[in-house]
Ligand binder design. Structure first.
Ligand SMILES: [Fe+2]
Length: 179
């Protein structure tokens, strides 16, 4: 049994505040992509969906005269660093295992290299899943950050994904007890 669920995260006031800023639809779709990629690549879907759901929680709004200023964003953004710390704090406060909270935070920290000097990152499978899931949901001009959803629909999708993750873990448990 998982200590905390995606719904617990969804209900956290700071998740509501910060994830909505970067787009709840984008967070949920990325979490669904991460689930499918995790199953395909043999990564723990519990960690993958949580990291994907929270991956943009560190975003700040870089607006100038009512418009998103991409240059200002490029120059000043540290959303992956901020997000890793913010997500870690929320996860620990809700009672997540420290080791899982660290793995999730690291996947958030490394989901993009946009804030790093040139160079290549060696990503582990979980980190790769989260980065790929994010890419899958990206739209030109950053419009994936602006899609909207009702609270009811968001909750339904989050609960459904929680069930999918729980089912996967229950099946894995049975497989291991038989083998
Ligand atoms: Fe993203």
């Amino acid at each position: 049994m998982r200590k905390i669920t995606l719904l617990d995260l969804y209900n956290h006031p700071n998740v509501q505040k910060y994830v909505k800023r970067s787009g709840m639809v984008h967070a949920i779709s990325t979490a669904y992509h991460a689930y499918h990629l995790a199953i395909k690549l043999g990564v723990n879907p519990d960690l993958a969906t949580k990291a994907a759901f929270l991956h943009d929680i560190g975003h700040y709004t870089w607006y100038k005269n009512g418009h998103w200023d991409y240059d200002m964003y490029k120059e000043n953004d540290i959303h992956a660093i901020k997000g890793a710390e913010r997500a870690h704090r929320i996860l620990v406060s809700l009672g997540e295992d420290r080791s899982k909270a660290k793995e999730i935070a690291l996947a958030i920290l490394l989901h993009t290299d946009s804030y790093l000097p040139e160079g290549t990152l060696e990503l582990n499978p979980l980190q790769k899943v989260v980065a790929l899931a994010d890419e899958k949901d990206e739209e030109p001009g950053g419009s994936h950050h602006y899609r909207t959803i009702t609270d009811l629909k968001a909750r339904t999708m989050i609960k459904k994904l929680d069930e999918m993750v729980d089912e996967y873990h229950a099946e894995e448990k049975i497989k291991h007890s038989v083998s």
